[in-house]
Each structure stands twice: as structure tokens, then as C-alpha cells.
Design a protein around this ligand. Sequence first.
Ligand SMILES: [Fe+2]
Length: 401
Amino acid sequence: MLAANLSPEDQAIQSMPDVSPTKWHLAHTSWFFETFVLGPLDPGYRVFDSAFAYLFNSYYEAVGPRHPRPERGLLSRPTVDAIGAYRDHVTAAVLRLADTAGDAVWREATSLIELGLHHEQQHQELMLMDIKHVFSVNPLLPAYQAPRPCPVPSCGPSPSWIEFAGGLCEIGHNGRGFAFDNEGPRHKVWLEPYRLASHPVTCGEYLDFIADGGYRRPEFWLSEGWACVQQYAWQAPLYWRTQDGEWRIFTLAGERRVEPAELVCHVSFYEADAFARWAGRRLPTEAEWENAAADLRLTGNLADSQHYHPCPDAGGGGAAELRQMIGDVWEWTASPYVAYPRFRAVAGAIGEYNGKFMSNQMVLRGGAAVTPPNHMRITYRNFFAPASRWAFSGVRLAEDI
Ligand SMILES: [Fe+2]
């Protein structure tokens, strides 16, 4: 369990408004089952604590009022132990429902339980993102876990460019198996011929951008990005700092030297875009990314490897091929997070899950080293605000042919 090596004190901290305390995640994911499965479908369900509906509702307007997000770190109560008892109570009730529900109720429950499980997986990734930020602001720089060395890089393919013919293509989920609503409907897109870089950008390449004045030269930056550089004094990715003339990086295994061969991570969309302009390239669109990834196997450095950090490419293969598309780092795309053609959010509170966030965010693709492996799909659309840096976000370059 992800919280097993965290103390109750660790689990209560909120280090910035985007971060939630570990214990809030633990309670909120059970609240989801209580609110959307047990409340509507089990007439015999006994609410564990009526105050929790207010404390652990994240953003569902249709469900009722909620505790302000930036104040989640002020909740010294309920305790970690009380939240553990809440989780046990809800889990037992869902299992009881599985044993006792009639066919009609169970049919309705299964799709909601499946959504609740995928929701919980999203929060597993958020817990790792959030505890990393919590530990990073502690001067003691605590480590979440002991270092787990990556496979030693072999003499894999050197960085190259992979060509795609484009034309009339289809993207989006085809409706078979689980997907979030925002992944569909499947639809046609027109792509001009393009190339994708075989690898995401490495720390070594990003160090060249920094050394060339990347953070001091406005010509590379979107206007809002340049405003962020100045307002937040950005000089490097989140979790990087210099000490005695050397770049160091904070990871879930503590702080260490920046490794040039591993992928750059924790950059904003603005930094990804500025790097691309500096390199004379651009970011891929999400349709270009998905079209290129269509036949890839869903394997890579995902959360089951328990590195919880991108690794250097372990090599393999001979011909030029796309590497590290799945796992390691979420790849920023040039695509705004908007509805696909003919998208309709489902009715009711569950319709608030994805659809209402379709403004002022950019899409990321491919999963990261903290993403549960069976949570990943080629069609998966992650999204964050363009200035956001606490996700495990990196860069893959594209160019026109
Ligand atoms: Fe949630």
C-alpha cells in the first residue's frame, strides 16, 4: 500500500493548493464509492459519518457543498486511523452489495464500481505526485523509498526521427472495454505528414537549453510562459537546484545528481513548448501522438516497476523506433483539452468527472513512472493547466515533413 511507509504527520500535509494530503486521498476515494454506489443502490447502507460528505467531496456540485480545496491540509481530524476505519467500512459494504444485489442493481453497480476503481488508480498516481511535493518543501528532504537503480543503459538506438505519412486517421476509444468518457467518441482526423523524435527529451539535452540561456531569452516563450518565468523565477524544472556548481534533483528516493541520460521531468507546458522552439521543432498534437502509438504494446516504466522516476532508455531493437512512449513521463502535446466531436457528458453528478474541465488545460499522453500499468491506454487523455509542473511531465519533439 502506497501509504504504508508514511507517518500520520506525513499524511496530513498540503504543501500547495494543487496538492492534497495523503489521508484526504484515502478518504476521498472511499467517499466516491459511498456517494455514487452505496448511497443510490444499497437502501440498507449506513453512512459512516455524515460530516464526511462535506469533507471529502472533491468538486461535484450536484452532490452538495464541500470543504475548500486549499484548506485540506488543515484537517487534523479525522485522524489517519479514523480514515482507515472509514475505508474498511465502505469496502465491506461494497463487498456485501456484491453478495446481495439483484441482477438489475448489480448491472448498474458494476459500471460505477469500475469507474470507482479507475478513479482510485488516478488518486494512486496523485498520492505519489503529492507526497513528492510535500517532501520537497521539507528542508530534511525525506525520501519516500530507498533508491531502486534503473536497468543499466545498453547501447540502444541513438536518437532519431520516425516518419508518419498522416492522411485520414482515426483516434479515440472504440467503446470496447473501459475508458473515461473524454476518450471518445472515436472520430476521423486529418494529419499532414510528420516526424516524431524516437525518444523524449533527456536531462542532458535540457541542460543544453538551460546553458544556452533558455530561461533568459523571451524569444523562445509564449507570452504567458514568459510571465511565469519572471513571476516564479523559473530557472530549471521543478525539483532541480544547483549546489556547488552542480545540478541536483529531488526524487521520491531523495536528492541526487541530475543524470543526463534520463528523461527530463516536471516541466510545464510552457517549458516544453519553449524547449521545442529553442530546438527548432514543435510539440506533437495529441492526434499525431495517438496515431503514432496506435500499435504499441502497453509496457514501459510504469508504477509496477516501483522506480517512481523516469529511467534512461534501456536500449533494445536495432532499427529506429519509438521508445519510451508508454511510461516514464507524461508527454505534453500541443493540443488543448477540449471535447472530441459528438462528445456528450453523461447526465447527473458523474458527468462532472471530466467534461467540466475542458478549458484552459493542455493534453498529455502516454503515462509516467507513477501511473498504474492497467490504468494506461493509448487513447488516455491526461490534462493539466499549462503552468503546472508537479505531474511527472516531459517532452517529445515533433516536426513537419
Ligand atoms: Fe477524485
